[in-house]
Each structure stands twice: as structure tokens, then as C-alpha cells.
Design a protein around this ligand. Structure first.
Ligand code: K2U
Ligand code: ZN
Length: 168
């Protein structure tokens, strides 16, 4: 297992659309293990492959308090959405920015596990929010895309200035 670098906004690679996973060889399990290690190290509760510059339809989540809730979603899709909920979101790729956006309250998800077995699950609560956030990453979308153009402009300016300070 190894830690991977997380892409930071406004890196254009975060805008790539991920390709379906068609091979469930050991290399996929190695990538999944690296994603869990990176997610826990970064104190995240989700991580999409896009965020580590791997443009495949795969993300991991763990919304538990004690790392007992590790889940991998391969080729995920949301079949049904119901209700609306507001949630303050952050993103490991947009450090220091937290904004409230709206998501579906309940979702029906179909995905494969890391061995390729298909499952369907009705999900609500924080896991439902996290899954919608991660699925957006696979489509090249970021939670800040749901904010006003002015707020997006301010965030882009703040992150670009922070990146310049980093380079000095
Ligand atoms: O994809 C990511 O960047 C990880 C996200 C996942 C997430 C965002 C918003 C709401 C739920 C999940 C987070 O940055 S992980 C950090 C975090 C930790 C605890 C609660 C919410 C967010
Ligand atoms: Zn994110």
C-alpha cells in the first residue's frame, strides 16, 4: 500500500471524466488499498480515483468513527433519488473551503465491489451525501460548481493565490 498525492483545485485533471472499470485483476485491489490509505491519512470520509489522477469509475468511502465502514464502489450509478437535504461540504481537493449545498436525501445506488460483484443499496444520511459528492468527481464535477458564479470566482482566486504562495 502507498499514499497517493491528491490533486488540488484548480488542477484541470479534476475535470476529466472517468472511464468504466473493466478489469478486476489484483491491480484494482492495490489501487483500492492505496485509496483507503490516502483517504484515512487525509482525514477524509470519501475519495474518488479522479482525485489521485486515476481516471477510472471508482471511489471509496468510510463514514464510520472507527474505520469499520470501509466501502468501495466500482462503476457506481444512482438509479433513484428522493427528497432534498442541505449539507455543509468540504473537499480534499479544495482545502479550506466549506459551503452548504443541496443534495438528494435518499438514493438507490448500483455498483460493483472490488471483486466485480454487483450490489444495489438504498442509502441516506451522510453516506448518501458522500456518494453523490464522489460520483460528481467521476464526472469532473466539484461541489463548488453548485455555488454562485461570484462565490466560485472568489474561491478560484483564493486557491490560485494559495498555490502561488506554495511555489515561492
Ligand atoms: O471527496 C472528497 O474530497 C472527500 C470529501 C467527501 C465528502 C464531502 C462532503 C460531504 C461528505 C463527504 C470530504 O472532504 S471528506 C472530509 C469530511 C470529513 C467529515 C465530514 C465531511 C467531510
Ligand atoms: Zn471532493
Amino acid at each position: 500500500m502507498s499514499l497517493r498525492d491528491v490533486l488540488i483545485y484548480p488542477d484541470d485533471r479534476l475535470r476529466e471524466i472517468a472511464e468504466p472499470v473493466d478489469s478486476f485483476e489484483p491491480a484494482l485491489s492495490e489501487l483500492v488499498a492505496d485509496m483507503f490509505e490516502t483517504m484515512y491519512e487525509e482525514r477524509g470520509i470519501g475519495l474518488a480515483a479522479t482525485q489521485i489522477d486515476q481516471h477510472r469509475r471508482l471511489f471509496v468511502t468510510d463514514v464510520s468513527e472507527d474505520r469499520s465502514g470501509a466501502l468501495a464502489f466500482v462503476n457506481p450509478e444512482i438509479l433513484e433519488r428522493a427528497g432534498v437535504v442541505e449539507c455543509e461540504e468540504g473537499c480534499l481537493s479544495i482545502p479550506g473551503i466549506n459551503e452548504t449545498i443541496r443534495r438528494a436525501e435518499r438514493i438507490l445506488v448500483r455498483a460493483q465491489d472490488e471483486k466485480g460483484k454487483t450490489f444495489e443499496q438504498e442509502i441516506d444520511g451522510l453516506l448518501a451525501i458522500c456518494i453523490q459528492h464522489e460520483l460528481d468527481h467521476l464526472e469532473g464535477r466539484l461541489f463548488i460548481d453548485y455555488l454562485s458564479p461570484l462565490k466560485q470566482q472568489r474561491i478560484r482566486k483564493k486557491m490560485t493565490k494559495a498555490a502561488r504562495r506554495e511555489r515561492v
